[in-house]
Design a protein around this ligand. Structure first.
Ligand code: GDG
Length: 511
């Protein structure tokens, strides 16, 4: 790839580069920043650092030459058409993704997919070591690249290796289904530090090491001898939670710009200035609970608890993984439901659901957040859910209300959201009604507290904490303090209170 080319002290590797190829009206092709959780989080972290990003450029075939875009040094990894099918659509998104998300849909196990996953992981590892300077920090992302840490270590033992899991890590009983479970764990254990969204995810990983591989764990560390090595090669790896976040300052500033504020008003006007505008923004993924949300909305319409056009729902469903069967089925179901709801409850010019299966520029997303009275975030399982944090970040006016599923990583931090169990349709309905009817001053108080939390725990803090943890692994960068202990206890207390509130909502006694 770049033998003899420049090397970098920080190398980030993720399945995708943070850009998509675009072709303009004259047929000239260029690159633009791609949407999606990982890119949104990492982009502000990479800016201002002399770092390389290794990833697939998004199209099958020979990799484009390395290039720079907006100060980012991008090193494309090539994937053939078959590799895209087997490593990306197959093993990553039809085997690992379902297992790591509670098997909401059945996982497929194909030996050829696994072989291709290994081949592609090795290609990534080779690309990384070529651009890593001596003693560099290598930061590997997500479930697509779980074998890369050990592969990099076997070629270059001078580098520090971290891995961050953007999605949940499953309980041992689910992970155990994976025929290649041992190889996956051994791949991850090539890292010095493994970061997770929630402490439950880190604990699940440590339990897998202990229960499936018989390794010794203590606190948040696991100690083991790598396969084929003698006892002198014993290593300790730390696994703990560092929840990801958003660029609070950047997003807040964008949401305050007059064109965005004006666009938010324009969006409301174009929808007929409803009294209540509800919004959902998700990749069209079965983990996001879009079907459950639509069912709750439909029942509220049936019961006339809400009546369009005074109340309306805008659902942005970002096209995603359209070549994987489960995603095709989901799209059909969601679109049939939207069609049925609109057939039943719309009037001319005022649909009950505005369904948008498209990708929007960042500024438009921010304007939507600013326009929406109720943000519906109802995943069945989600590593974090950045949309929830982005929504509160954009609400500098302290308007709006966040309805949040207890199965998101975000729920463990955003205690003042209106929380719900998305499987409990009655509870979701009650929670939505409560978000609509709560006194405005209480809603504002909630929003203020949510914003304070995200402002204090932004993506820059996440990256600093992650890199400090990686630098000091297997030790924690700082000893736990009384303040952090108190914060943890407060979090646990708030979570318990929210669970009780969800239960009350499902019994129809929510207050
Ligand atoms: C994975 C984990 C974890 C959406 N539509 C558009 C658009 N978006 C942006 C959102 C947000 C991002 O995409 C989606 O992030 P999420 O966190 O909600 O979800 P995943 O894509 O599933 O991300 C997740 C995340 O990684 C980070 O660790 O939180 O749990 O599954 O930023 O705003 N952006 C633009 N146009 C759209 O139409 N520009």
């Amino acid at each position: 790839m770049t033998v003899g080319g420049p090397t970098f002290d920080l190398v980030v590797a993720a399945n995708r580069l943070p850009v998509d190829r675009v072709v303009d009206a004259e047929g000239v092709s260029g690159w633009q920043r791609s949407p999606g959780g990982l890119v949104t989080a990492m982009e502000p972290v990479m800016r201002g650092r002399d770092a390389a990003w290794v990833g697939w450029a998004g199209e099958p075939g020979t990799a484009p030459e390395p290039f720079s875009q907006d100060g980012l040094h991008l090193y494309p990894v090539g994937l053939s058409f078959l590799e895209v099918q087997e490593y990306y659509e197959g093993f990553s998104n039809d085997t690992l993704w379902p297992i790591y998300h509670d098997v909401i849909v059945k996982a497929s196990f194909e030996r050829t997919w696994w072989n291709t996953y290994r081949t592609v992981n090795l290609r990534f590892a080779q690309a990384i070591v070529e651009v890593a300077a001596p003693g560099a920090t290598v930061w590997v992302h997500d479930y697509h690249l779980q074998l890369v840490p050990a592969m990099v270590r076997s070629i270059r033992d001078d580098v520090r290796i971290g891995w961050f899991d953007h999605i949940p890590f499953p309980p041992v009983e689910l992970f155990a289904q994976l025929p290649w479970r041992r190889a996956v764990v051994e791949g991850l254990l090539g890292a010095d530090f493994l970061g997770f969204q929630r402490s439950a995810d880190a604990k699940n990983f440590l339990r897998v090491c202990r229960r499936l591989l018989g390794m010794a764990t203590e606190g948040d560390t696991v100690t083991f001898t790598p396969p084929g090595d003698g006892p002198s090669a014993r290593r300790t790896v730390r696994a703990s939670a560092i929840p990801i976040s958003v660029d609070f300052k950047g997003l807040d500033a964008l949401a305050r710009t007059p064109p965005v504020v004006a666009r938010a008003a324009e969006i409301r006007a174009s929808l007929g200035n409803p009294e209540i505008l509800m919004l959902g923004v998700d990749r069209l993924d079965y983990t996001k609970g879009i079907r459950h949300r639509l069912r709750a909305y439909e029942e509220l319409l049936q019961e006339k608890a809400i009546i369009p056009p005074k109340v309306t729902l805008m659902q942005v469903a970002l096209p995603s993984r359209e070549r994987v069967d489960a995603y095709r089925v989901l799209r059909e179901e969601v679109e049939a439901t939207v069609g049925r709801i609109n057939g039943e409850y719309s009037s001319l010019g005022s649909p009950a659901v505005h369904y948008l299966h498209q990708s929007y520029p960042r500024t438009e997303m921010v304007a939507m957040f600013l326009a929406a009275d109720i943000m519906l975030v109802t995943p069945l399982r989600d590593g974090m859910n950045l949309v929830a944090k982005e929504y509160v970040t954009c609400r500098h006016d302290l308007g709006g209300a966040l309805v949040l599923s207890e199965f998101t990583g975000a729920w463990h931090e955003l205690h003042q959201a209106f929380t719900c169990n998305p499987h409990d349709i009655e509870g979701v309905k009650q929670t939505i009604m409560r978000a609509i009817t709560d006194p405005p001053d209480q809603r504002r108080r909630r929003m203020k507290a949510l914003r304070t939390h995200v402002a204090d725990h932004d993506v820059q803090r996440w990256a600093c904490l992650y890199l400090e943890s990686l630098a000091s692994a297997p030790m924690a960068p700082h000893r736990p303090t009384r303040a952090s202990d108190r914060e943890r206890r407060d979090d646990e207390r708030a979570n318990r209170a929210n669970l009780r509130a969800s239960d009350k909502a499902s019994e129809g006694t929510g207050q």
